[in-house]
Design a binder for this molecule. Structure first.
Ligand code: 5GP
Length: 209
C-alpha cells in the first residue's frame, strides 16, 4: 500500500488532546496530507459539516455498507458506529498521498491484522489537568458523557505501546511541526516511542482517582 510513497497513518489521541485542530493545521501545511473522512451513525454536533467532518448515515445505511465490504475497518464507539472507507484510502495511496486515519488503537489493530502497512502516532496531552480542562471546555457533551470520555481517554492512553510515535501536544505549532516531520520521514527516530514515555504516562495515569 505505498505506491508513489503514499502511506497510511493512524493518528490517535484521547478526546481532549487537541487532535482535530492539529490535523486540520497539518493538512494546511502539507498538501500531501489527506485526512480520511469516516462514516458514522452519530448525529452531527453543532458546526460539523457533512462530507467534511464525517459522512453521517443512519444505522440501516451503515449496515448496508458493511455488507458491501465498503470498510477497511469499522467499530462501535460510545454507542455509535464508525467506519473507514476502503476505496477512499486505496485510491489516495495510489496517488502518493499521506492518508491519516483518526481512529483508535482497536481500529489500527484491525487494519494491521489485514496485513496493511500502517504507522501509528499517538498524541498525548501535556498533563492530566489539561486533558480534563479541554474536555470540559468543549461543552459539546453532557457531564455524563464528559465523565465517560475522561475514562475512555485514560483507557486509550493505556494503549500507547501499540503506537510507533508519541507526540506530546504542549505547544500547538511545535506539535504540528513534529507531526509533519513524522509523516514526511516515517523512518525518523525523533518522537519514536521510547522508555522516557513510560514515566510520563505513569504520571498522568497516577492522577486517575
Ligand atoms: P467523535 O464522535 O468524538 O468524533 O469520535 C469518537 C471516537 O471515534 C474517536 O475516538 C475516534 O477516533 C473514533 N473514530 C472516528 N472515526 C472512526 C473510524 O472510522 N473507525 C474507528 N475505529 N474509530 C473511529
Amino acid at each position: 500500500m505505498n505506491a508513489k510513497n503514499g502511506m497510511l497513518f493512524v493518528v490517535a489521541a484521547p478526546s481532549g488532546a487537541g487532535k482535530t485542530s492539529l490535523l486540520k493545521e497539518l493538512s494546511k501545511k502539507n498538501n500531501r496530507v489527506i485526512i480520511s473522512i469516516s462514516h458514522t451513525t452519530r448525529k452531527p454536533r453543532d458546526g460539523e459539516i457533512e462530507g467534511e467532518d464525517y459522512f453521517f448515515v443512519d444505522e440501516k445505511s451503515f449496515k448496508k455498507l458493511i455488507e458491501e465490504n465498503h470498510f477497511l475497518e469499522h467499530a462501535r464507539v460510545f454507542g455509535n458506529h464508525y467506519g473507514t472507507s476502503h476505496s477512499f484510502v486505496e485510491s489516495q495511496i495510489q496517488t502518493g498521498k499521506k492518508i491519516i486515519l483518526e481512529i483508535d488503537w482497536q481500529g489500527m489493530q484491525k487494519i494491521k491484522a489485514k496485513g496493511v502497512e500502517i504507522i501509528g502516532i499517538f498524541i498525548l496531552p501535556p498533563d492530566y489537568i489539561t486533558l480534563e480542562e479541554r474536555l470540559i471546555n468543549r461543552q459539546k457533551d453532557s457531564s455524563t458523557t464528559i465523565k465517560q470520555r475522561m475514562n475512555a481517554a485514560l483507557d486509550e492512553i493505556s494503549h500507547y505501546k501499540e503506537f510507533d510515535f508519541i507526540v506530546v501536544n504542549d505547544k500547538f505549532d511545535e506539535t504540528v511541526a513534529k507531526l509533519n516531520e513524522i509523516i514526511s520521514d516515517p523512518k525518523t527516530d525523533h518522537n519514536r516511542r521510547n522508555s522516557s514515555h513510560d514515566k510520563f504516562i505513569s504520571k498522568i495515569m497516577a492522577q486517575r482517582d
